[in-house]
Design a binder for this molecule. Structure first.
Ligand SMILES: *Cc1c(COP(=O)(O)O)cnc(C)c1O
Length: 366
């Protein structure tokens, strides 16, 4: 079915009739924010049951026409990815582990009954876009071009079955720091809502999971917190993750713990990379369960010294304060802990091409 793609997808290039002026782009790049500005181009690839993947196009970024009965609008057949292109210290441009995003995209596709896209086509689409919009990559600390590949069901029908027509799209957004600087650590609210239940879609990166997290996230904000943390659905006891970031706990004996991937947690690529980097440093990292009561007790006794959240968008972010129905507790000094900072620096150094890439994580774009 994906024969065309397997043979190497041919991209049609449509020149942009009116690209953003150098002046206007410079103004955006001077203060890119996060997720509100977009580059000039986009990639689209079509899929139908009869033809598989076809019509790969890189062209001007523009609105897409959808039939009002398009399946994505009614039954939420949508999946996405998020990764970044970085300007390296030598001036070249690189992606960080795009093959891992491609693999996860296909696992999400499988869960949402959508067609898989060959990994080579996924990566090629991103490279095409980054090449076309090379000038949209901001440089400077914490800056990058955030890339958003996604797939939607476009077939027009009202009925509950997998669609027979899909569109894969990649767009890009110049990004500064995800969290406004000045905040040394985030404060999080322990939600009574759950994000994912056993057997559900928690391990898939799909829009539906995020739709369901908006009320809990809004509740956190309304209570004066930055982020929400979700506990497991069955016992409402085991810590899972934030709305869009995984968690790590650091103990006074120098060991780390991150919740194990039991199917209700999104398998973050940042989480996975930090697991490797920490072990490389000789640290003991466990993947296991950690209860909310234990978290509080350990924070209060001093056995727990740091907690951080991690993900592509926010990289590594310390958690300083935790509140829930049962009250509040602080972690460490309330600012970024030593190990949190060290792991973040190591990861960022690799992403920026400042440190040796021992794991083949960096993919340079020529
Ligand atoms: C994307 C995402 C993460 C982080 O994954 P990365 O690959 O590290 O960016 C964590 N949790 C959820 C729910 C996510 O959607």
């Amino acid at each position: 079915m994906a024969s065309l793609a397997d043979a190497g997808m041919k991209f049609t290039t449509l020149p942009h009739p009116a690209p953003t002026s150098d002046e206007a782009r410079a103004a955006v790049l001077a203060d890119p924010g996060f997720g509100t500005n977009f580059s000039d181009h986009m990639v689209t690839i079509e899929w139908t049951e009869e033809r598989g993947w076809h019509d790969a196009v890189i062209g001007p970024r523009q609105p897409i026409a959808l039939d009002p009965a398009a399946a994505v609008l009614h039954y939420a057949q949508e999946i996405f990815e998020g990764l970044k292109a970085y300007v390296q210290t030598d001036g070249s441009v690189a992606l960080f582990r795009p093959e891992a995003n491609a693999a996860r995209f296909n696992r999400s596709a499988e869960r949402l009954a959508m067609p898989e896209l060959p990994e080579s086509a996924f990566v090629e689409a991103i490279e095409q876009l980054v090449r076309a919009d090379r000038q949209w990559i901001p440089s400077g600390e914490g800056a990058s071009l955030y890339i958003r590949p996604f797939m939607i069901a476009t077939e027009a029908f009202l009925g509950v079955r997998p669609a027979r027509q899909y569109k894969f799209i990649v767009i890009a957004s110049p990004a500064g720091n995800y969290f406004k600087s000045g905040a040394p650590a985030v404060s999080i609210w322990v939600s009574d809502y759950t994000r994912a239940a056993p057997g559900g879609t928690g391990a898939a990166k799909c829009g539906g999971n995020y739709a369901a997290s908006l009320v809990p996230q809004g509740e956190a904000i309304a209570r004066g917190h930055d982020q929400v943390v979700f506990l497991d659905a069955a016992e409402h006891r085991w810590i899972e993750e934030l709305g869009g970031m995984n968690l790590y706990f650091v103990f006074d004996d120098g060991t780390l713990l991150t919740p194990e991937l039991t199917g209700t947690i999104l398998p973050g690529i940042t989480r996975d990379s930090l697991l490797t980097l920490a072990r490389e440093e000789g640290l003991t990292v466990k993947e296991g369960r950690y209860g909310i009561d234990q978290w509080r007790a350990d924070a209060e006794s001093g056995r727990l010294v740091e907690t951080f959240a991690c993900g592509t968008a926010a990289v590594v972010t310390p958690v300083g304060k935790v509140s829930g129905r049962d009250g509040e507790f602080s972690i460490g000094s309330g600012g970024p802990g030593q190990l949190t900072q060290r792991l973040k620096d190591r990861l960022v150094a690799i992403q920026r091409g400042e440190a040796q890439d021992r794991h083949g994580w960096i993919r340079k774009i020529g």
